[in-house]
Design a protein around this ligand. Structure first.
Ligand code: UDP
Length: 309
């Protein structure tokens, strides 16, 4: 197959590219490198099945030749990134998704939208299943990401209903692994790097908020499986093992053998109090569930950050 990945030089996009290239497909990675990095794809540089195009998908997308799939992964995805890039985040979720869907329509390609657990906002239902409509503050600082992704889902469904585009929507829960930028601000790279440098671990609030972390390989397997199943409604992909952020900080200290102290910083506005995926739909429809235990995935990730140092 010939597959376009928008955000193909990003953390998750580049892992998806690796997986599809290994299966023998042709991959075009498109990225404007706002949060992506060519280092993530440089190992494919001389591969004739791989092409990289520098482009901002919020502008009209042009690709020559046929496409079987458009995988729309492009977006800032870390709270500090979308706080610093609020308009670009809204544009890539809205105009970028519109352009990517238009391209899929023109090429007769199938379409994957990478949506997010943020569509549930600060959820009032726990764990979160796909039929829950969410609790998002549209005018808060996180609204630029949450509402862009909610709009992207609505647009994908409109293209499905009006133009019969075969869309797949994956709602990604917190994901970690190699290539997640050191300074991306998310809790996994931040805590690991603080621990490895002997710097204080910055727990926000009292650390009683919860998250559920999946290793990137599990996510890629879930998305790949969704490409094989003609199911057009959203599917949560995440690891339901839930930890408080304080428990997570202590786990990182143990796995890195670090003596860093834990310090407390103010909780950011609208920080979701609890998050845990209900993955019954993914189990039933895809026959998928996460396989990588949290400690194993974290050890691999810690080893990658150590290498980087
Ligand atoms: N967090 C923290 N310290 C940090 C970075 C994040 O305590 O240095 C917390 C953050 O407040 C949130 C959780 O860790 O409750 C996960 O944050 P992240 O930015 O990874 O993503 P989110 O799940 O909020 O989108």
């Amino acid at each position: 197959m010939r597959i376009l990945i928008t955000g193909g030089a990003g953390f998750i996009g580049s892992h998806m590219a690796d997986h599809l290239i290994a299966e023998g497909h042709q991959v075009i990675a498109m990225d404007n490198l706002v949060t992506g990095d060519v280092k993530n794809i440089q190992h494919h540089r001389s591969n004739p099945n791989f092409e990289y195009i520098y482009h901002d998908v919020s502008n009209h997308i042009h690709v020559t030749g046929p496409l079987d799939w458009v995988l729309h992964f492009a977006s800032p995805a870390s709270p500090i990134d979308y706080l610093q890039l609020p308009i670009q985040t809204l544009k890539v979720g809205a105009m970028g998704t519109h352009n990517a869907l238009g391209l899929a329509k023109a090429k007769g390609a199938k379409f994957v939208l990478t949506s997010t657990s943020e569509v549930y906002g600060d959820p009032l239902v726990h764990p979160q299943h796909e039929e829950y409509w969410g609790n998002v503050n549209p005018v808060g600082p996180r609204g630029v990401y949450d509402e862009a992704k909610r709009y992207a889902e609505a647009l994908a469904m409109a293209y499905h209903r009006q133009h019969s585009i075969d869309v797949r929507i994956v709602r990604i829960f917190n994901t970690y692994g190699p290539r997640n930028r050191v300074n991306d601000g998310r809790v996994v790279p931040t805590f690991i790097n603080q621990a490895l440098h002997g710097e204080p671990i910055t727990v926000f609030g009292e650390g009683q908020q919860t998250r559920s972390f999946q290793y990137v390989d599990d996510l890629v397997a879930g998305i790949r499986r969704l490409m094989e199943v003609p199911f057009n409604k959203p599917v949560n992909i995440g690891n339901p093992i839930e930890l408080t952020i304080l428990e997570f900080a202590k786990l990182i200290l143990r796995l890195t053998n670090s003596r860093s102290e834990i310090i407390y910083r103010p909780l950011p506005q609208d920080d979701p109090k609890n998050r845990k995926p209900d993955i019954s739909r993914a189990r039933e429809v895809l026959g998928w569930e996460p396989r990588v235990p949290v400690e194993e995935g974290l050890q691999k990730t810690i080893a990658w950050y150590r290498e980087l140092m």
